[in-house]
Write a protein that binds this ligand. Structure first.
Ligand SMILES: Nc1ncnc2c1ncn2[C@@H]1O[C@H](COP(=O)(O)OP(=O)(O)OP(=O)(O)O)[C@@H](O)[C@H]1O
Ligand SMILES: CC(C)(CO)[C@@H](O)C(=O)NCCC(=O)O
Ligand SMILES: [K+]
Length: 246
């Protein structure tokens, strides 16, 4: 059994995996007090006999505390912490400094390239929104990074005197109240980023959406889209199984 951890800037997602089969994934806000204790309770009944595989784009301290917990619970497990590289599992990285690419982006691209043959445009709608374009032959053409929906809303509140937002649903229609105008404004910004980028590409690309806010966006896009909740965990699973040079 492997344990897969995807530590973003807001949430930690985890799932157990055996021979490529990922069980139901779980998510928690690891900045909340008590999160580590509840993870420990959830993990006590699990036996990680092979890899503890971790992708983290958070602070080192968060990663270190989870490594420590894992190694206490399963002293025999192997720690697998993939890094972005120039090429792995058929994908070649467009970055001039490949190791600077976020590991969550790299894993999502590797999973998408291996699970959805053909040209893919991978969009991860998390704390940040990232978009990466990978050709059918595995060549990464590059990507875009912009603030996620929550970060955009918070940025508005932090930089203005009169703006406030509420937790309301997203749409791209024009709003007639401040909270609607903000929710739909930030949503339209992300929808626009995706549709604009796809329309500029030289060929057809399958759009694959992942991340905590992806489910809000799938129905609002005017292009066809595949929603894959666990793309980063699936990338970790590929790393657990295989030889990156293949
Ligand atoms: N139960 C939930 N608790 C918190 N956020 C949620 C929940 N469900 C959906 N979300 C949304 O998910 C978003 C975070 O997405 P996700 O977990 O993919 O980000 P992340 O991986 O931590 O970020 P990043 O990888 O960009 O650093 C939040 O902005 C929030 O809007
Ligand atoms: C962009 C985020 C924050 C998205 O999680 C992460 O992938 C990251 O920290 N990336 C490093 C910078 C880069 O990918 O260019
Ligand atoms: K992420």
């Amino acid at each position: 059994m492997n344990l897969l951890l995807d530590i973003g800037n807001t949430r930690l997602k985890w799932a157990t995996e055996d021979q490529g089969q990922i069980d139901e994934s779980h998510a928690c806000d690891y900045r909340q007090p008590g999160c580590l204790a509840s993870l420990e309770r959830a993990w006590r009944g699990i036996s990680v006999s092979r890899n503890l595989a971790i992708a983290s784009v958070s602070e080192k301290q968060v990663l270190d505390s989870l490594i420590q917990l894992g190694q206490t619970l399963w002293p025999q497990c192997r720690l697998l912490i993939p890094q972005a590289s120039a090429a792995a599992f058929g994908v070649t990285n467009a970055y001039q400094q490949p190791e600077k690419l976020g590991i969550d982006r790299w894993l999502a691209m590797i999973a998408a390239h291996n699970l959805y043959p053909g040209n893919v445009c991978v969009v991860d709608c998390g704390t940040a929104v990232t978009l990466d374009v990978v050709r059918a032959d595995g060549r990464h053409l590059g990507g875009l990074i912009c603030p996620g929906l929550n970060v955009m809303k918070q940025a508005l509140v932090s930089n203005t005197a009169d703006l406030m937002f509420t937790q309301r649903s997203y749409d791209t229609e024009l709003g007639s109240a401040t909270d609607v105008a903000i929710a739909n404004g930030v949503c339209a910004a992300v929808i626009g980023l995706i549709e604009h980028t796809l329309s500029k590409l030289d060929a057809d690309y399958r759009l694959v959406l992942t991340g905590g806010d992806a489910a809000y966006l799938v129905d609002l896009l005017r292009v066809s889209v595949s929603y894959d909740r666990d793309l980063v965990l699936k990338g970790l699973s590929i790393f657990c199984r295989g030889d990156a040079n293949l």
